[in-house]
Structure formats: C-alpha cells, structure tokens
Design a protein around this ligand. Structure first.
Ligand code: ADP
Ligand code: MG
Length: 462
C-alpha cells in the first residue's frame, strides 16, 4: 500500500486560509480556531487532523471553517478528500505546530488576557460574555437575571433554568455566568454538558471512581449543566444528579441548567428531579425580533473587526428570523466569500450569496398554488378537494394546514387566501390559522410536519 502524506497540502491550506483573514482577525479568530489544528495522518482519500476538544470541532463546523478547509484542500489537490477531525487533548508546547512563531502567538494571547486581567476558564469560551450578549426586548429578563446571579452566586436565584429553542443563546448566557463567576479566583466553576456529565458518570461507575466523581461535582461553587433534556431516560444519572444538586443547593452553591424546552415538557424524568429543576427561577429565551437581530449582527461584525454596510446587515436581519445561530452563519458565509474572492460585501453580493440561505423571499416566489400543491401531495389529496366544500376530516386538515402556511409564508390577507380556497370567507381562514397554531403548541409532531412542509415549499422552485 502506498504511503500517503498530505501534510504539505495541509500546510499550504493553512497558509492560504490565513491570508483570507484580515490583519485584525488573523490575531483573533484565525489564531483561536486554526492554530490548534494539527496534521495527524493521511490515506489515499482522506486526511486526519487533530483538534483539542469536541467543542472545538463543533465550532469549526458551526463557523463554517471545516467547510472552508475542505474547499481549499479540494482546490489545491484537484480532487475531493474526506477530512476527519479527531480530538486530541495535548500539551501546547511539545507538539508540532503549524507555525514556527509559537512563542509570539502564545505571548500575544497571554498579553491580551493580562491586559483584561481575566483568567481564562479552560472549558468556557471567553467570547461568551455578558458584554457580547445582546439581550433584546424579550430576553432582557433572562439577561438581567443572569447578571444578577453572576454578581451574587448561590443567593440571587438558585437554581436557574434557562430554556428555549436551538441557537437562541442559552449556552452563551450560561457561559457568561460562568466567566463572570470565574473572575473570583477562589471559586471553582464547572461547566459541563448533560451528555458529558452522563458519560463521565458511567465511566466512573465502570472504573470504580465514583468517589472522585462525587467530590468533583460537589466541590463546585458554580455548577453549569448545559442541555439537561439529555437526562431524559437516564435514570442512574438522574439519581446521581439529584444528590449532587441537593448537596450544592444546601450549601448555597450556584446551579444553572439549560434545556431546549420547559421542564414540564421533559419526559421520563424522576419527579423529585423535575421538582428541583422547577423550584428555582425558570427563564425562557425568545427568538429575537428584527431590532435585536440587527443589533446582534452589528455586535458580531464589531467583534470580528469587519465593516459590513448597514443595508447588508438589514437584509440579513429581515430575512433570517429563526435564531441567532442562523444569523451568525449567514454572516460567516458572507465574510468567508468576500475574503475568498477579495470583494467588498455589497448588497448585490449579499443577495446573491445568501439566496439559498434565505430561501424564497416572501410573496415574491411563493404562491398559494405552490403551497396547495406541496400540501396536497403530502396528504395525498387533490387540490380540487381542498378547494371544495367537502368537510370530511381528510380534507379539512390539509385545507387548514395549507391556509395556515399561506398566511405564514405570503403577504396575502385572509380574504385573499379565502378566495384561493374555493371562495371561502376570511373568518374561515382565520379559524384555520388559530386551529393549527393551537395544534402546534399542543403537539410537537404537528410543528415538525409544518416545518418540513415549509422547507419543501421553499425548495419547490429549485
Ligand atoms: P443555544 O445554546 O441556545 O443553542 P448558543 O448559546 O450556542 O445557543 O448561541 C448560538 C450562537 O448565537 C452563539 O454564537 C452565540 O454567541 C450567539 N448568540 C445567541 N444569542 C445571542 C445574543 N442575544 N447576543 C449575541 N449573540 C448571541
Ligand atoms: Mg447550547
């Protein structure tokens, strides 16, 4: 078997990507995310790179950097290679570095930390701070509560549960509490995902190291557990968590949890743990409104030291309303593109580049006819049937769903929509929309069905 070594390609990829970054970003963003990647090995059609943690790996994906690496490789090599990232915690100094200027890098990073007089917690992201979080109107309570907790841990509110959908800032806010609490040198702050907590628990069971496990978590001054929905069905871990919780709570140690839904919606959770979760402050994070979305985009560009015209930020803020992660992803995509082709980010460039991300803009491309087609196909009924007066159940539901989606995705009024559904009255459309909204809140499968229909409708043109 031939020996493959794509290290030289990796070195070149690395160098070229580095040049994409503006001088300012090279010091921060690039240093942070690329300098810790190391070459490991190659096979004919794959290359393995190591990164220091699972978090790091996720970030490379989320930030679009894994994709950029992949693209650059393909370009240099002329053929597509699969890239594997393995996690390898390793000491900073003894390993081969991607740059000979290791020292400069380390000192410049340290210098920054020293200037700010902050210690860096090993498991918390330094950029997840209160300063970089834009609270917005709906989330100012969650934000203020988090600030209050960090000022008076264990006393202000305890425990605290931050819940909400993906990409709305739960982890960011939780880590901001952790970062602030960690400024006190005497305090032990532990941040862990529920998944890692579970794995560690099971490992210590296997290794007979339960005492160490217990000691570790019970000695925390602030314990942050992310994504507790993961504890559903994990009875043993729940039991252990309950005792950890109790020990910390009774000694006024701060406990913070995040969850992707309200506790009442968690299934297969012991009653006593459920009541513990619910016993403190439960705050939810809402999707940001337009003004907040714009403010977040402004903050993110500022942080990256990049100038993007206001009209472009406005375009993104108007079109991406799902969550902050999607908002950031669009921004990253745009910046990466602009740097790759060395172009300014004009409105035209943005519109063209983000077309896929935005999907079809409202009213312009989505017609009621398209909605009817996709919905009818899904339910296997005919358009004639949903336009007819027939009131049997197998026609009523598709009709209502289609009306609801029409209301959500187009600018048509209920009167106009009614006309397209066999000349129905606007109140019928309103009733349908209410009915479906209600079902969505009661039944998550309804929500996912609607979401998937919406995706199909948006994709319909392509
Ligand atoms: P979650 O844990 O709720 O899924 P994250 O905390 O991971 O969401 O947030 C996703 C991304 O969005 C992160 O990069 C985070 O910094 C950013 N983000 C979320 N909410 C805000 C906000 N209000 N202000 C600034 N950035 C935010
Ligand atoms: Mg999270």
């Amino acid at each position: 078997m031939a020996d493959y070594n794509y290290n030289v390609f990796w070195q070149e990829t690395y160098k070229q990507i580095k040049n994409f970054f503006s001088a300012d970003d090279r010091d921060h963003e690039f240093t942070l995310w690329f300098e810790k990647i190391s070459y490991v090995s190659s096979t004919e059609d794959s290359i393995t790179l190591s990164v220091p943690s699972a978090f790091f790996k996720d970030q490379l994906n989320q930030r679009g950097y894994a994709e950029i690496i992949q693209e650059k490789f393909t370009e240099l090599l002329g053929t597509s290679l699969s890239i594997n990232f393995i996690i390898e915690a390793r000491p900073q100094t003894s390993e081969k570095k991607n740059t000979e200027k290791t020292e400069t890098k380390e000192t410049s990073f340290v210098k920054k930390v020293v200037v700010e007089e902050k210690r860096q917690h090993p498991n918390l992201r330094s950029d997840y701070s209160f300063e970089t979080f834009v609270p917005g109107e709906d989330n100012s309570f969650a934000y203020n509560a988090a600030v209050a907790i960090s000022k008076n841990p264990g006393r202000a509110y305890n425990p605290v549960l931050i819940y909400g959908g993906v990409g709305l800032g739960k982890t960011h806010l939780m880590q901001a509490i952790g970062n602030a609490a960690y400024e006190d040198e005497d305090k032990k702050v532990i941040y862990i995902t529920a998944e890692d907590f579970t794995n560690e628990f099971m490992l210590s069971l296997r290794n007979n190291s339960m005492t160490q496990f217990k000691n570790k978590y019970r000695s925390a001054d602030t314990l942050l557990i992310d994504d507790i929905h993961f504890f559903q069905n994990k009875e043993g871990t729940q039991e252990e968590l309950f005792h950890t919780f109790k020990a910390l709570y009774e000694t006024y140690k701060q406990i913070v949890f995040t969850c992707d839904r309200p506790v009442s919606e968690l299934k297969n959770l012991s009653d006593r743990l459920r009541s513990r979760f619910e016993s403190g402050l439960n705050v939810d994070l809402q999707p940001p409104n337009y003004e907040t979305r714009l403010a977040i985009l402004e903050k993110k560009t500022q942080q990256r030291g990049i100038h993007i015209p206001k009209e472009v930020l406005d375009l993104i803020a108007r079109n991406i309303s799902t969550n902050v992660r999607d908002l950031e992803a669009s921004l990253t995509k745009l910046i990466a593109y602009a740097e790759l082709v060395n172009k300014d980010i004009s409105l035209e460039v943005a519109q063209q580049q983000l077309r896929d991300v935005f999907g079809a803009p409202r009213q312009a491309n989505i017609t009621i006819e398209t909605i009817q087609k996709v919905v009818c196909e899904y339910f296997a009924v005919s358009i004639t049937d949903i336009k007819s007066k027939k009131r049997t159940r197998n026609f009523v539901q598709p009709r209502q769903v289609a009306m609801y989606i029409a209301r959500e995705l187009t600018e048509f009024s209920t009167t106009e929509i009614g006309v397209e559904f066999g000349g129905r009255d606007h109140s019928t459309v309103m009733h349908a929309c209410d009915k479906i909204s209600e079902k969505i809140t009661l039944d998550s499968s309804m929500e996912s069905m609607i979401n998937s229909l919406v995706r199909n409708i948006k994709d319909y043109k392509k």
